[in-house]
Design a protein around this ligand. Structure first.
Ligand code: SF4
Length: 439
């Protein structure tokens, strides 16, 4: 039996796609092994957003070749679509597949036997028009289900449309089928994933469905206890979606909403499709209907032309919002983007300083949010992670909690009371007491 191993860099979408490609191999009789083990074939799913994507890719290839010098190494993913020629020069790489080819690797590569030259199969991104259903399974207690791919927005800093193509979606029918398959495997939580998830519904460039329709249909699925929306653009997070989630027993009160900048001028330079006033409205609406909702925010520091005043506008805006944590990205120039041609770069040391300030603000926001939840009763989905005899999991509103390990807990939902901060863990968590043990 030939052995195959996988390595995934980047986002939830990549994880769902790696997992689906792995199942293709398993269905054909291959044995899936850990990346650290020896294998006949290695598939490396890359990311273009990762800083130093090239270095990281080289490192992973080297690692594969060290354990298995005669293995066949395939590179797929966003970096493979953007820089196929560059990747083909990396020592040890046997094949590079683009976005239109990555799900057809058996057809394209056939025997996985080394050739004299690298097999380079990366069509123009305009050829990536198919939608391939994908979900992760077996790696985690939560499953990432891909419902949408690509993006028709044109944000000035972003290479994703170049790497993943136009916005396109799975049919509601296929997604419900996948959700039922997932439910049959005893997974309790599905995270809806896409590049621009809120833009769900375009099939062959026609709007066939809306994201709201999908949400309503998924809510009826038996066997899945929780749905989480991975990330949604503020201009696509409509009142009707917020109102539905507030009433739903399955869609959890957790939103991740990219902001990117708290300055309207920088948002315009970035070609984002909203102003801060709309963003503020969205947060207020969520918090009015779901006071305990967790809200995460993406923000970029050091975009070209971001002055101290712009940055302080962002800082003060974020400070004023009732949000729970930040994902801070330091801007870095990307080839073939509008932002890279804008000039007026922010010095790297200033970018780093601003990033530090926002990381510290994020810690304060998270601690404040966690503190506001102490004493409340929440439901935890216990995960497989065990450290120092503690088990970890997330509440519906995305608080990371722990309690002493018990073999019966992984992948179960349990009502707990949130007691106090556990400062002994590297990432702050909350100690939880099962409600059944409270006197
Ligand atoms: S919405 Fe903007 S940032 Fe997000 S994937 Fe599309 S172009 Fe990139």
């Amino acid at each position: 039996m030939r052995k195959v191993a996988f390595y995934t860099l980047g986002c939830k979408l990549n994880f769902s796609e790696t997992s689906t490609i792995a199942r293709q191999f398993e269905e054909r009789g291959y044995e899936r092994v850990e990346f650290s083990e020896s294998a006949d074939i290695f598939v490396i799913n890359t990311c273009s957003v990762t800083e130093n994507a090239d270095k990281k890719c080289k490192q992973v290839v080297k690692q594969a070749k060290k354990t298995s010098p005669n293995s066949y190494v395939i590179i797929i993913g966003c970096y493979a679509q953007l820089k196929p020629q560059e990747i083909a020069t990396i020592k040890g790489v046997d094949a590079v597949l683009g976005a239109a080819e990555k799900f057809r690797l058996f057809e394209v590569l056939n025997d996985f036997e080394q050739k004299d030259t690298v097999q380079l199969c990366a069509s123009e991104i305009s050829q990536a028009t198919d939608f391939n259903t994908a979900y992760s399974y077996g790696d985690r207690t939560r499953t990432f289900l891909k419902v949408q791919d690509g993006c028709d927005y044109n944000c000035a800093f972003c290479t994703i449309p170049l790497a993943r193509g136009n916005s396109r979606s799975d049919t509601v029918e296929n997604i419900l089928k996948a959700a039922k398959e997932i439910a049959a495997t005893n997974v309790k939580e599905i995270v809806l994933t896409g590049v621009n998830t809120g833009d769900y519904g375009l099939i062959n460039n026609e709007r066939v469905h809306t994201f709201f329709e999908l949400v309503q249909e998924l809510d009826k699925i038996e066997g899945i206890e929780r749905f989480r929306i991975s990330s949604i653009e503020p201009n696509l997070l409509s009142d009707e979606i917020i109102e539905f989630v507030a009433k739903s027993k399955k869609f959890v009160p957790h939103f991740h909403i990219p902001l990117q900048s708290g300055s309207d001028e920088i948002l315009r330079f970035m070609r984002r499709r909203y102003k801060t006033s709309l963003y503020n409205e969205r947060i207020e609406k969520i918090k009015k209907l779901m006071p305990n909702a967790c809200i995460g925010v993406d923000v970029i520091v050091g975009f070209p032309g971001e002055s101290n005043e712009h940055f302080m506008e962002t800082y003060n805006f974020l400070h004023s919002l009732d949000i729970s944590y930040l994902h801070v990205f330091t801007y870095s120039e990307r080839q073939n983007t509008k932002a890279a041609e804008m000039g007026n770069p922010v010095p790297k040391s200033v970018r780093a300083e601003r990033s530090k300030m926002l990381h510290s603000l994020s810690d304060k926001k998270r601690n404040f949010f966690y503190e506001s939840q102490l004493g409340k009763t929440k439901t935890v989905l216990w995960e497989n992670e065990v450290k120092e005899n503690k088990i970890f999991g997330f509440t519906e509103n995305y608080i990371r909690v722990n309690q002493p390990y018990n073999v019966s807990l992984p992948n179960t939902l349990q009502e707990v009371e949130l007691k106090d901060f556990d400062l002994s863990t590297s990432n702050i968590t909350v100690n939880a007491i099962p409600v059944s043990e409270l006197v």
